[in-house]
Design a protein around this ligand. Structure first.
Ligand code: C2E
Ligand code: CA
Ligand code: CA
Length: 915
């Protein structure tokens, strides 16, 4: 038994190693939890190596420290076994504790493993270094070493469990834990060491220096191992920290991405080139899905329209190769089978640990529809524009052509290119300019206007165009004008033709009545601008009726054609002539004096007086002209013509073949006629009319053989002669009721004088043209005779030649009248134009020779000869009455012809009571 010597430095070193080992183990254990399943094992192994090696080193150093005084030898095998037992027990303990569920069994096995391991390590290490040692199992130290081993194990387990549950342990706590563990394992060792007796032998010894060296080497290598382990743990911790924060960031980003993608208004889809991995809500709408599961997991190709699969696949390849792709418009098939237009772009992304493609989609169905509608509209517009037979064009605010359709060029003769450099003003005729500008301005104000203008084509021809200007309004602003122009050439020509027809007299080719009224109206409206006066000449041929009657209508027409051209030849260029109908013509002279108008009228009369030859017939023409001069503009067309007409009648009254100016005097006559006209209306009902009777006396017997009823009007403003009022009554038609009254009154008189000794004679009544031509005349006549119940032979009606417009018709009526028993007399024979043809072919009772014969006859043998001839020619006539017999000379002449006389010589017309 020897007293062992020991090295305090080594003891301290051993304890330090124990502590540092413990600390390192704890640090390494801490790594276990930061690691995945596989990586955990590395740290468990590392931990057990450090722990086993550390404890082993601590033991060996402690042993060396105690045996510095003796030479030492060692058994390598045992030493290795000792180290191995340390590592294995540590490994078992750590593995159990950190991979198995935490049960009593686990804790116990861990405890046993640690406890046994440290004891085996301790004692095998002891045995390895000593040839002979004797363990005093009874020794208190042995027991204490076991107790310490248990304490160490318990402490270790406590700390390790703490780490397992807390995972994170503060440095102070791990330092405290390491110190406690290190001390407890050191204590176990030193107690255990005391429990053995070392028996020294002679033989090959290790020198002190050897033992010391071993201690130092072991310490150093332990430290190095520990340091490497610590450094690795530290680096791993750091790396893991960085990795963790990176993972954190990735997680955050992933969330952010999801949020962004979910919330994105645009549909987004992620796929791996085949399968759909992700879609956002809006993406569902596109394919009309309601749930994401209807898309996620399905093949992308189910949704891509077959026509586009190829190109879409190519795009994926491009993306995969790292290329960029542009927007693509294509079609997809929705879940309900409908085809949707979309626009998509894509990028390659990393999604859920794999390469994927993110597609950004835009539903362009609506856009496409609009595009289609727009293009449709555009095409419609284009065809409306291009194929319009009308000229369609647009101009800018300044009037420059912006667009022109082919028709514009066709109408104007310019090429499209030429027109596009031109302004509308370049083609508008100057006379249409102001109208065109006004219309353009209105259109600019937004008022569409239609108007007619004339344009000048390239070759200079004038083309009438009907233009509609429409404002081009874009976003509420007028940016130009659209024009639609219709070539009116044909229409204008047609209108002119129709107008010409409507305004032309077909027989003579002269303007007609319609034209005259229109033109005269225009002239009267612009009279103020006229320098001189305006003259209207009314022309009426004196004997046209007879030309017609004697030669027939064909001759009449030829006559009118000839006189028309002759009239026209008398006029100056600016004078106008129109045929109103029949043989009535009107000439309009502008800017003339009275003298000029009179000279022209005389020229016309002279020219016309030269005979006209119609188909071999020489006809002498006379005419009467009435001239109305207007110097003021207030006259209307109607009264202007009336004035000229009136002057013309005056010319006729003044013996025809002359011209008369309308004068104030005539005006008075007109006024008088107007007065008569209005008063006549009431004359009948006011009883202002009365019949006077004039006897017709047989010159031989000097007996009254008849009476003529002559109308008298006792008008409120004085008596009016029938010569004055009968034409007025005739004109107004009031002659019909008046004539009826006269007949009635006469018949009453006949009845009254039925039994009178002298007055029971036939009474003659004057019947006017109008009355005679009244279709009911004969019926009325018969009715009156029947009513008054008289013998019709006592009534004679007097008609003038003027009623005989249609000889056949009149002859028939005269026959009917005479058949009824009423006598018919031809009145005023020889006044004006008389036709012997007429009297020799008509059946009638009495011929009354006009008073102009007897008046002229006294000094005019020629007249008397004519009278003789007439009377001879009318041998079929029963009575001849010579009118206007005033003197005894007249009676003498009448006696020669054996005629009846009527005149002042015997009696003026008298009221019945004076007869
Ligand atoms: P008329 O039929 O030729 O009538 C004869 C006219 O000569 C009457 O004029 C008469 O007064 C007038 N007279 C008679 N003897 C003489 C004479 O010796 N010397 C002159 N210078 N004149 C004489 P009056 O009554 O003024 O009538 C004028 C005309 O008015 C008539 O001419 C006749 O055409 C028309 N007239 C008169 N009464 C009627 C009537 O009841 N109906 C119609 N339709 N016409 C009538
Ligand atoms: Ca008469
Ligand atoms: Ca007469």
């Amino acid at each position: 038994m020897s007293h062992p010597s020991y090295s305090p430095i080594l003891i301290v070193l051993s304890i330090l190693i124990a502590i540092v080992t413990s600390y390192t183990t704890l640090v390494l254990v801490g790594r276990i939890f930061d690691r995945h399943r596989f990586e955990k094992m590395i740290w468990i192994i590392a931990g057990s190596v450090v722990m086993g090696t550390g404890i082993f080193s601590m033991h060996v150093i402690a042993m060396v420290a105690y045996h510095t005084a003796f030479p030492m030898s060692y058994n390598i095998l045992l030493l290795v076994f000792s180290l191995f037992s340390g590592i294995v027990s540590s490994f078992l303990a750590l593995k159990l504790l950190y991979t198995q569920p935490l049960t009593i069994w686990t804790i116990l096995s861990t405890g046993c493993s640690l406890c046994l391991g440290s004891l085996i390590l301790h004692y095998t290490a002891l045995f390895s270094t000593h040839d002979t040692i004797e363990i005093q199992f009874t020794s208190i130290y042995f027991t204490l070493s076991i107790v310490m081993a248990i304490i160490f194990s318990s402490l270790a387990i406590k700390i390790l469990i703490h780490i397992r549950s807390n995972k994170e342990i503060s440095i102070t706590r791990s330092i405290i834990g390491s110190v406690v563990l290190g001390l407890s394992i050191s204590l176990m060792h030193y107690k255990g060491t005391k429990a053995v007796n070392i028996i020294h032998h002679d033989g090959p010894d290790f020198t002190n220096t050897n033992a010391l060296t071993l201690g130092v080497i072991l310490s150093l290598s332990s430290f190095i191992i520990i340091l490497i382990a610590l450094l690795t743990a530290f680096l791993d911790h750091r790396a893991l920290k960085i990795e963790k924060s990176l993972l954190e960031q990735i997680k955050k980003r992933k969330n952010l991405y999801r949020q962004l993608v979910e919330g994105a208004p645009e549909p987004i889809l992620v796929h791996d080139g085949e399968t759909i991995l992700f879609v956002n809500e809006t993406c569902l709408n596109i394919v009309k899905a309601t749930d994401k599961q209807e898309m996620i997991g399905r093949s992308l190709w189910n949704f891509i329209h077959p026509d586009y699969r190829e190109i879409v696949r190519e795009r994926f390849q491009t993306m995969q190769a790292g290329g960029k792709i542009t927007l693509l418009e294509h079609k997809v098939i929705a879940l309900d089978g409908s085809i949707i237009d979309i626009e998509s772009s894509g990028t390659k992304i990393y999604y859920d640990n794999q390469d994927a493609y993110q597609l950004m989609i835009r539903d362009i169905t609506e856009h496409k529809q609009m595009e289609r509608a727009l293009s449709d509209k555009q095409q419609r517009y284009q065809s409306l524009f291009e194929h319009n037979p009308d000229a369609v064009f647009s101009v800018d605010q300044k009037g420059f052509f912006q667009e022109v359709n082919p028709s514009v060029g066709e109408i104007l003769g310019y090429s499209q290119e030429e027109l596009l450099g031109m302004n509308v003003n370049d083609v508008i005729k100057p006379s249409s300019m102001s109208l065109a500008i006004e219309s353009f301005r209105n259109a600019q104000k937004g008022i569409p206007i239609n108007h007619n203008v004339e344009v000048i084509a390239k070759e200079g021809q004038i083309i009438p165009i009907n233009i509609t200007n429409i404002p081009i309004i874009i976003e509420g602003r007028v940016t130009g004008i659209y024009g639609i122009g219709k070539d009116m050439t044909n229409e204008v020509e047609a209108r002119n033709r129709i107008e010409k027809l409507a305004y032309t007299d077909q027989l003579t080719g002269l303007p007609n009545r319609t034209w005259l009224y229109k033109y005269l109206h225009e002239v009267l409206t612009r009279m103020e601008k006229m320098q001189g006066d305006l003259a209207i000449l009314t022309i009426d041929f004196d004997d046209f009726k007879n030309v017609n009657d004697s030669l027939g209508h064909h001759y009449g027409d030829l006559f009118l054609q000839q006189v028309s051209s002759r009239l026209k030849s008398c006029l100056r260029d600016d004078d106008k002539i129109a045929r109103l109908g029949g043989d009535e013509f009107i000439i309009i002279l502008e800017n003339v004096t009275d003298n000029e108008a009179g000279t022209l009228a005389q020229k016309i009369i002279d020219e016309m007086n030269q005979c006209i030859n119609i188909l071999g017939h020489e006809i002498k023409v006379t005419l009467s002209i009435g001239i109305s001069i207007q110097s003021e503009s207030f006259t209307d067309v109607e009264s202007t013509i009336k004035q000229a007409d009136f002057a013309m009648y005056m010319a006729k009254e003044k013996g025809k073949n002359n011209y008369q100016f309308f004068s104030e005097d005539m005006n008075k006559k007109i006024m008088r006629r107007i007065q008569l006209h209005s008063s006549l209306q009431r004359a009948l009902e006011n009883g202002e009319l009365e019949l006077f009777y004039q006897p017709q006396v047989d010159t031989k017997t000097e007996k009254t053989v008849g009476l003529e009823a002559l109308l008298r009007w006792h008008a409120p403003f004085g008596n009016v002669s029938p010569a004055e009022f009968i034409p007025v009554a005739e004109q107004s038609g009031i002659i019909i009721p008046i004539g009826e009254w006269v007949l009635q009154e006469t018949c009453r008189r006949i009845r009254m004088w039925k039994d009178h000794p002298y007055l029971h004679v036939p009474i003659a009544v004057n019947v006017s043209v109008r009355q005679f031509l009244d279709p009911n005349f004969l019926t009325k006549l018969k009715k009156i005779i029947r009513e008054e119940n008289i013998n019709p032979e006592y009534l004679e009606i007097e008609i003038t030649e003027s009623v005989m417009l249609d000889i056949e018709e009149s002859a028939k009526l005269i026959k009917d009248i005479r058949d009824f028993g009423i006598k018919v007399a031809i009145d005023d024979f020889g006044k004006g134009y008389s036709s012997l043809y007429l009297i020799s072919n008509l059946e009638f009772d009495t011929l009354k020779i006009d008073k102009s014969f007897i008046n002229d006859g006294i000094n005019n043998d020629r007249k008397l000869n004519i009278l003789t001839a007439i009377i001879e020619a009318t041998s079929n006539v029963q009575r001849i009455i010579i009118e206007g017999v005033e003197t005894i000379e007249h009676i003498e002449i009448a006696k020669k012809f054996n005629a009846i006389t009527q005149g002042y010589y015997y009696s003026r017309p008298l009221p019945p009571e004076e007869l």
